[in-house]
Ligand binder design. Sequence first.
Ligand SMILES: *[C@@H]1O[C@H](CO)[C@@H](O)[C@H](O)[C@H]1NC(C)=O
Ligand SMILES: *[C@@H]1O[C@H](CO)[C@@H](O)[C@H](O)[C@H]1NC(C)=O
Ligand SMILES: *[C@@H]1O[C@H](CO)[C@@H](O)[C@H](O)[C@H]1NC(C)=O
Ligand SMILES: *[C@@H]1O[C@H](CO)[C@@H](O)[C@H](O)[C@H]1NC(C)=O
Ligand SMILES: *[C@@H]1O[C@H](CO)[C@@H](O)[C@H](O)[C@H]1NC(C)=O
Ligand SMILES: *[C@@H]1O[C@H](CO)[C@@H](O)[C@H](O)[C@H]1NC(C)=O
Ligand SMILES: *[C@@H]1O[C@H](CO)[C@@H](O)[C@H](O)[C@H]1NC(C)=O
Ligand SMILES: *[C@@H]1O[C@H](CO)[C@@H](O)[C@H](O)[C@H]1NC(C)=O
Length: 741
Amino acid sequence: MVKFMYSQIQLFILLLGLFAAGILSLKANDDRKVYIVYMGSISEEHVVTSEYHIDILQQVLEGSTAEESLVRSYKRSFNGFAARLTEKESKNLNSKKEVVSVFPSKTLQLQTTRSWDFLGLVESDVIPRNLTTESNVILGAFDTGVWPESPSFSDDGFGPPPKKWKGACKGGNDFKCNNKVIGASTTFDSARDDNGHGSHTASTAAGRHVDHANFYGLAEGIARGAVPSARIAVYKVCGGESCSDSDILTAFDEAIADGVDLITISIGSTNAISLYEDSIAIGAYHAAQKGILTVNSAGNSGNTSSSVASVAPWLFSVAAASSDRRIRDKVVLGNGKTLLGYSINPLKSEKGLFPLVFGVGSSQCSKESIRNCSSGCLDEEFVKGKIVVCDNSYDSVIDEALRAGALGVLSRVAIEFAQFYPLPAIRLEPNEFEELLSYLNSTKNPKANILKSFSFNDTSAPYVIYFSSRGPNIIASDILKPDITAPGVEIIAAFSPLASLSSLDDTGGNEMSANFSILSGTSMSCPHVAGASVYLKSLHPDWSPSAIKSALMTTACPMSPSKNQDAEFAYGSGHLDPVKAANPGLVYETLEDEYLTFFCKLGLSKDQIALITGNKSFSCPENSTRNQSSLPNDVNYPSLSAMVDVGTPFNVKFSRTVTNVGVANSTYTVKVESPKEVMVTVKPSTLSFTSLNEKKSFDVTVVGKGLSKGPSSIISASLVWSDGQHSVRSPIVIYSNSFAL
Ligand SMILES: *[C@@H]1O[C@H](CO)[C@@H](O)[C@H](O)[C@H]1NC(C)=O
Ligand SMILES: *[C@@H]1O[C@H](CO)[C@@H](O)[C@H](O)[C@H]1NC(C)=O
Ligand SMILES: *[C@@H]1O[C@H](CO)[C@@H](O)[C@H](O)[C@H]1NC(C)=O
Ligand SMILES: *[C@@H]1O[C@H](CO)[C@@H](O)[C@H](O)[C@H]1NC(C)=O
Ligand SMILES: *[C@@H]1O[C@H](CO)[C@@H](O)[C@H](O)[C@H]1NC(C)=O
Ligand SMILES: *[C@@H]1O[C@H](CO)[C@@H](O)[C@H](O)[C@H]1NC(C)=O
Ligand SMILES: *[C@@H]1O[C@H](CO)[C@@H](O)[C@H](O)[C@H]1NC(C)=O
Ligand SMILES: *[C@@H]1O[C@H](CO)[C@@H](O)[C@H](O)[C@H]1NC(C)=O
């Protein structure tokens, strides 16, 4: 407090000085940007109001009124607000004792069905289902809204919303809810989806069964979510492709109070940030306090070390893998050869062959720029009505070819999955592209035709796709992320007929629209795990968020480091298996107290922890400051991970507790699989239960010589508790702090 007053006085003096020197004009508004002011939990004895936020704002504002400055007030589920502030005002707010953190509101990205059969959640009587309990589960979908008239969101045969639902239909313009889409909320004009992403993700998780869904005849089949009877509450937090922290926090504030059971959010930043400046981590923490699990895409930042952005232990972070139904396309050359490439080209091409052009273009451009179709280098005179070859892997060649009136484009692959383009276009792997070049070289009159795409059975599935973000977790090194893997490549699901079918949408000229579309991303894998979580919630309505997450993680199908570079840092516990997860035997439940110690390790102060958690009596245990070598994680997590010093022998101990949710009288014995570099011991090695919900604890010790530098410094082992019926598996990952070197 004293420190705060002192700094105010100092500031005042400084300001006077600046005014006197004529440096500071009153144009302060131009320097303002939106900041999030996060103030933690709402204690039961206090009601938080906008007036309270205005009051706090007024104490720091200089040259603006609080009413002008306040953008959002978070007061239903947690405490905080968003306001337009100068940097100085934001610093002054940050030093207030009521405030946990102040950070600029960032823009986050969208992380852009056959798949449920692939996952074994088939539509049959063999799978236990209960339509009554399924229709009681409410999924909060934070995204670009939905297209409410899509058959995936039809409420045919649905009863009224469950009684526990406290939300409303506030979807704005031209948006009606029904008994399937029971609520909507948005800070935009309408919760109607004009992007397609939100309809896609919501229907993947909980859409209804739709026969003959297809994309212009491609990938035809049944589109459905995991739990078609579940309800959906729509929170539109993104306009276009951009989603702000301030709107995401509004959605959490509302959804938690509205009474959703789970949240799915296929949105994230491109890299991990401190948890108290991460809107998704903050919102999801308060959701978890109320028993709501938040499922989040791991990110599409790709296969470089530590690219995973979803890192909080209470988030369920999902990586993306291929599934067995893949899409490819072919180009036929004038010499009869066929090249195979990546494209979603649903339209049947005209018969015959069309002229191919390569390396002819504007005289303003170098030969090389013409060959790689640099912007402005193709010339309509040479290209119009022809298929152009671009020695380039960039998306920008599509725009350039369209501008010049090309019939189609053959270019190099940048992405190992198929996408729709506003004109027929195929991306070729290097060897196929070489073959194309040598054909061009072999004739004066090259010709080609781009065929309609086809789907095929990829028996090598699943493997983690290259764009899926990787661990290790740079914020909390002993929490393994991502947690789990699910299908996220070439997924067909509901779409918005208003949306552009291609992310390259400034090109004009393409009027196609669709009710179903094929997309790839961890955005697509996230709602698969959300749907599986809804399924578990319908079977076990009393399970905590951590129990649901544990069930899905410990029953995930193990994946192999030989097929997946980066091992657990790519796939976490493995590939989603919703049917096994329904009956996991044991679960690792995380108690709220463990998060308190976790916050200590992150370096938060006692006061910050008290604000965030609402627990005022807690103090950090001694020597709980961050020290990786002495303190592997205290969170009762379903995976075990620790970072150790490079080149130094280690002896890492994990303590864990499991809860019996299988058979009352049961005995589990442990089985460890580990490489010879480490010795893993588990004590005790047998756990006997005599009742349901009984808890038993055990310790795992991992001893090894020092790890070397580089990617080989990851040790993957596993531990499985088995009673003969259930198999409860946790990966054990030890890695060195030089991993990224
Ligand atoms: C479904 O669950 C409800 C509520 O738990 C129960 O009353 C009902 O008997 C169940 N129905 C079936 C078919 O299992
Ligand atoms: C692909 O082949 C496998 C094995 O033969 C089969 O189980 C699976 O159903 C097939 N998938 C598709 C999409 O046809
Ligand atoms: C295309 O070629 C030009 C050289 O003329 C080069 O500067 C540019 O980087 C190339 N673009 C790509 C994407 O390879
Ligand atoms: C094209 O032909 C020329 C001469 O015949 C040769 O030097 C060149 O390597 C060939 N290029 C390709 C890509 O085959
Ligand atoms: C990432 O994946 C791409 C495509 O599979 C591969 O070519 C590249 O070597 C990988 N990068 C790293 C750092 O592993
Ligand atoms: C999308 O659905 C609407 C309404 O059912 C229908 O009129 C329209 O033709 C469909 N569009 C496409 C491209 O199939
Ligand atoms: C961390 O703890 C270990 C074991 O107690 C100790 O040897 C080491 O010095 C500590 N490191 C730091 C940075 O405090
Ligand atoms: C579990 O075993 C104990 C004795 O070992 C027995 O008394 C009890 O009835 C059994 N409980 C169940 C649910 O079978």
